[in-house]
Ligand binder design. Structure first.
Ligand SMILES: Nc1ncnc2c1ncn2[C@@H]1O[C@H](COP(=O)(O)OP(=O)(O)OP(=O)(O)O)[C@@H](O)[C@H]1O
Ligand SMILES: [Mg+2]
Length: 328
């Protein structure tokens, strides 16, 4: 069983969209999946049509009370179960302030339950994190073995990545979780054809490959930049209003296609991933604006590149490079 936290303290980068649709895609691949909504906004729950109901127990009751994961989880689709969230979870940070071992509550509860309500074990547990680095995200990290970071490749997206990696490192060292690993970065809301998106992708790629050489034992030394990029697709933004994953809402959309690809990649099916992509590029008309594949693009020159600002002035888009943070 793999437990994956979908994490980025930056808001609106595609964490929930990725958690829900990756979980749904894995379930469609025949995997048994538990999706845990750790965000008080309860967007993942709402996305799958589960109304955070005042009376029904939620992850809040798991975190602050005696409820078990099994007692609050609900079936959302074939092979897909959800642990819903509730707005009350916003108060958990304060409520748990004096609690000993508050960083490992979720880990403890998950350890008690490896199986779905029907008695068979889960293959995946996916945790949708809130946009913060507080106690809820720390609980997700101590409970998980893997992390996936969704990133929107625009010039502000890189700010905060250093802090995020430092948080991972703190969990590994101070909270004694040496097996925690960053599995990969997935680009979301990707605007194919823009130079900036390509440059930011290349800078991140360069950072991780340099980091691998510099510090082969860091929790992100093996991190992949997933080849699948989740393109901006309006159907992905519409699906939550209907309480449906993209596969139920519009299975023929680019969004469904991209999340199916990502699931194949995460699930480690390289051959299937390659053949899916072959079909994809064969069926997609070539556009003049389409970017070259990452393998074919030249790395951008330097990370602290200057870009033209909205007013035409030169702005430094991430200088000093936030990725050259002090991580020893
Ligand atoms: N690939 C996409 N194409 C179009 N819209 C998208 C895409 N991915 C996400 N969105 C939309 O962007 C918004 C932010 O996405 P999402 O809620 O997944 O981000 P988040 O990181 O979970 O946000 P938060 O930090 O608030 O939890 C949502 O309105 C969502 O529907
Ligand atoms: Mg979210």
């Amino acid at each position: 069983m793999r437990t994956i936290a979908i994490m980025n303290q930056k808001g609106g980068v595609g964490k929930t969209t990725t958690s829900v649709n990756l979980a749904a895609a894995l379930a469609r691949r025949g995997k048994r999946v538990l999706l845990i909504d750790m965000d008080p906004q309860a967007h993942a729950s709402l996305y799958l049509g589960i109304e955070p109901n005042a009376g029904a127990p939620s992850i809040y009751d798991v975190m602050t009370g005696d409820e078990s994961i099994a007692s609050v989880c609900r079936k959302a689709a074939e092979r897909l179960w959800v642990v819903p969230s509730h707005l009350d979870l916003a108060g958990a940070e304060v409520e748990l302030a004096g609690e000993i071992g508050r960083e490992r509550i979720l880990r403890g509860k998950l350890a008690l339950e490896q199986t779905a309500p029907d008695g068979a074990p889960y293959d995946y547990r996916i945790i949708d994190c809130p946009p913060s680095l507080g106690v809820l995200t720390i609980n997700a990290l101590t409970a998980a073995e893997e992390i996936i970071i969704p990133l929107q490749p625009h010039f502000l997206a890189l700010h905060g990545l250093g802090k995020l990696l430092q948080t991972i490192k703190l969990v590994v060292t101070r909270l004694d979780h040496p097996t925690l690993r960053l599995s990969g970065v997935v680009f979301c809301l990707y605007d194919a054809g823009t130079t900036l998106a390509r440059e930011v992708s290349n800078d991140i790629r360069n950072f991780f490959s340099e980091e691998k050489e510099r510090n082969p034992r860091s929790p992100w030394a093996e991190a992949e930049i997933y080849r699948t990029k989740i393109r901006r697709n309006i159907r992905l933004a519409e699906a939550p209003s209907f309480g449906q994953s993209i596969f139920d809402y519009d299975p023929k959309s680019n969004g469904a296609d991209d999340y199916a690809d990502l699931a194949a990649e995460v699930d480690g099916c390289k051959r299937e991933f390659a053949s899916r992509n072959k079909t994809k590029s064969a069926s997609r008309p070539k556009r003049a604006t389409e970017p070259a594949s990452p393998e074919k693009t030249e790395p951008s020159a330097g990370s602290a590149a200057d870009r033209s600002g909205p007013d035409g002035s030169n702005v430094t888009y991430f200088a000093p490079n936030p990725l050259s943070m002090e991580i020893d």
